[in-house]
Design a protein around this ligand. Structure first.
Ligand SMILES: [Zn+2]
Length: 379
């Protein structure tokens, strides 16, 4: 049985376990490098692959092994997956060794070596991409980090804060020919891929801004005239936190359980190897696979832990929100700064017809559920 190692390769059955090109995945790797070289962002590349229903690496690996990926997953590409592929020198035919040294399988201690200690073996196997393409991608990395310059002259106060309620995509500002409003907001997924992916969710800029300004004024009124405003905001915030914490806790337990299982699996393989029950080659392959999964989970767990630390500052947040609100007392119009200080994000319901009511959800900064992923409000 062939073992699939790094996406794009599988390992030969010879003693050296030389990586061989898996044409199906290698074609995708090449496309990713070319897309990046042509200037596409990591997220856009992931989107494009998802649109074509191309199986992402981990699912692909499990598919080939005839098993299903054991953890909860969207089965989609994301920016991180793309970044990892673009950073992997293996695609140049190089073997990078000693990236990590597993000290003991028993207590799973891993010592990460400095980059300077990496041993790079050139021409170890057949490359998937050329040095030229690799260099182009690096060049692209340097140029995009400088930021994008838009030709759009109008800056909407809500720019970048509106999301589609149905698919979670960012709403895009588009110029409109009508005089009532110079621009409208539309679901970004709809704008890019058409109505089979999401409906337009079209809303006129002036209407949306008016609605939001009115709601902000209501909040200002509330903190000015209601003695219980602080307590009510605190309750609202705690309710939201409880919800987010429950989700995070569930995920944390899932990860811990899987890490525990992985530890046992790795221990078992180690023992089998000592007892000679399993060929060395098979052991090493399985261990490598589990090690990768373990690393991914550990990274996610660290992120979660950081979030738990942040959940503690509730009262300070509420006071800060009230202070900000009060500073806008008497505001006549919605300004960009006001939106950035007060609003975490806004979601916009679909448009059915003139008679059907639509919901606009305003998530306030410091009070409501934080936006977890700037690229998708439903993530
Ligand atoms: Zn949408």
């Amino acid at each position: 049985m062939a073992t699939f190692c790094t996406y794009g390769y599988y390992k030969a059955d010879d003693d050296k376990r030389t990586p061989l090109i898996d044409p199906e995945a290698a074609a995708v790797v090449q496309r990713i490098f070319k897309m990046r070289a042509s200037g596409m962002g990591h997220k856009s590349i992931a989107d494009a692959l998802n649109q074509e229903h191309i199986t992402p690496p981990l699912d692909y690996k499990y598919d080939k092994l005839g098993r299903t990926y054991p953890l909860y997953s969207h089965h989609l590409w994301n920016a991180q997956t793309i970044r990892r592929i673009l950073d992997n020198q293996m695609y140049l035919g190089k073997l990078v060794q000693m990236k990590e040294t597993t000290v003991s399988y028993k207590n799973h201690k891993v010592i990460r070596n400095d980059e300077s200690e990496w041993v790079i073996v050139e021409n170890n196997h057949e490359p998937i991409i050329s040095q030229e393409l690799w260099d182009k991608v690096r060049e692209r990395d340097r140029s995009v980090s400088r930021g994008r310059i838009t030709t759009e002259r109008i800056t909407s106060p809500l720019s970048g804060l509106c999301y589609c309620d149905s698919c979670g995509a960012k709403m895009k500002m588009q110029k409109t020919p009508e005089s009532k409003s110079p621009y409208s907001y539309r679901c970004g997924l709809h704008v890019r891929y058409g109505k089979s992916f999401c409906t337009s969710h079209n809303i006129r800029g002036t209407i949306l801004e008016q609605l939001i300004l009115e709601d902000i004024r209501r909040q200002i009124d509330f903190v000015t005239n209601d003695d219980k405003a602080r307590a009510k905001y605190l309750a609202r915030k705690q309710g939201n936190i409880a919800l987010v914490m429950a989700e995070d806790n569930k995920r944390k337990r899932e990860i811990e359980k899987r890490l525990d299982d992985l530890g046992k699996l790795m221990q078992k393989i180690y023992e089998d190897r000592v007892l000679g029950n399993m060929p060395d080659k098979a052991c090493a392959e399985l261990l490598e696979q589990y090690q990768q999964e373990k690393e991914d989970l550990q990274a996610e767990l660290n992120e979660l832990r950081k979030r738990f630390d942040g959940y503690k500052r509730e009262e300070e947040d509420v006071d800060e929100f009230i202070r900000r609100l009060k500073s806008y007392a008497g505001a006549e119009e919605l300004t960009r700064q006001m939106c950035l200080e007060l609003i975490e994000y806004v979601t916009i319901d679909k448009y059915v017809d003139m008679k059907t009511q639509r919901d606009i959800h305003i998530y306030y900064k410091l009070i409501d559920k934080p936006l977890r992923d700037k690229t998708n409000a439903l993530a």
